[in-house]
Design a protein around this ligand. Structure first.
Ligand code: 0L1
Ligand code: MG
Length: 256
């Protein structure tokens, strides 16, 4: 039996991102299941590496009830981050380079010594050197930001860009820190790091476990986006977006 055209689907999704042009969902028609969708994601990454980008970390997606409800998918997923997706803290992005970008408040981990695949993270502060407030820009390549589970996995979990604020040592109470997402100085979303799988540290266990299933192993020095603490908000041209995480400070970006 002939399986889905992994390379062809990756090419279609990659071109949609490059051209900032939405495409219809494709998983159902292509017979794409979850495993094949992660193979598409790996092929999409290879496409980026072939043009000189570097893999710098992983991200978790749909780690909060608010996010799951927003997109109608109820499984935790993971995707890949490259250096080209990183925007300096306080930097700007051009909305025209995206299809329908949304911003969401995240917590980032700077990875240190990780356990062998299949082993749980023992001491969190051995595995994570530092923590930072972060913004993730997501931009589904599918029309109307609507997709099935395999569709969104194939689309690298809508990853588009990210901003990392200042790194701090792992603070006490990481499992329940207040989180704000502000747009133009107004509070747009309020949440807590507790919304991230009940404790963002759990996201790292899940990331190691889920990515390990597909042979992806995280490395010292990589960034890990643990997931959003609230629903995402549309990013409009001219908007100034700021994330505030209690004890960790702020990360911001401006959209042009
Ligand atoms: O980072 C995320 O939670 C995004 C996962 C994919 C679903 C979406 O595009 O919101
Ligand atoms: Mg996210």
């Amino acid at each position: 039996m002939i399986g889905p055209d992994i390379a062809g689907i990756a090419q279609t999704l990659g071109a949609a991102a490059d051209n900032a042009s939405a495409i219809p969902q494709l998983a159902a028609e292509a017979g794409l299941g979850v495993d094949a969708a992660y193979a598409v994601q790996a092929a999409l990454l290879q496409r980026r590496l072939d043009r000189g980008e570097r893999l710098v970390g992983l991200k978790m997606g749909l780690t909060s009830k608010a996010k799951m409800a927003q997109v109608g998918v109820d499984e935790v997923i993971w995707g890949r981050l490259t250096d080209a997706m990183r925007v300096p803290d306080g930097g700007s992005v051009d909305v025209a380079e995206f299809i329908h970008p949304r911003a969401e408040p995240e917590v980032a981990f700077l990875l240190d010594r990780l356990p062998e695949p299949g082993e749980p993270v023992g001491d969190f502060t051995d595995a994570v050197r530092a923590v930072a407030p972060a913004i993730e820009l997501i931009d589904s390549r599918y029309a109307n930001f609507t997709f099935s589970l395999p569709d969104v996995i194939a689309d690298n979990t809508s990853a588009a860009a990210f901003v990392i604020g200042p790194w701090s040592p792992v603070p006490d109470g990481l499992e329940n820190l207040g989180v704000l997402l502000e747009v133009d100085g107004r509070v747009a979303q309020v949440g807590s790091t507790a919304a991230i799988l009940g404790d963002p540290r759990r996201a790292l266990d899940e990331g190691i476990r889920l990515a390990g299933r597909y042979g992806a192993r995280m490395r010292e020095g990589w960034v890990f986006l643990a997931g959003a603490a609230t629903a995402a908000v549309p990013l409009r041209p001219g908007a100034h977006v700021r994330v505030v995480v209690e004890k960790l400070g702020t990360a911001s970006l401006r959209a042009s």
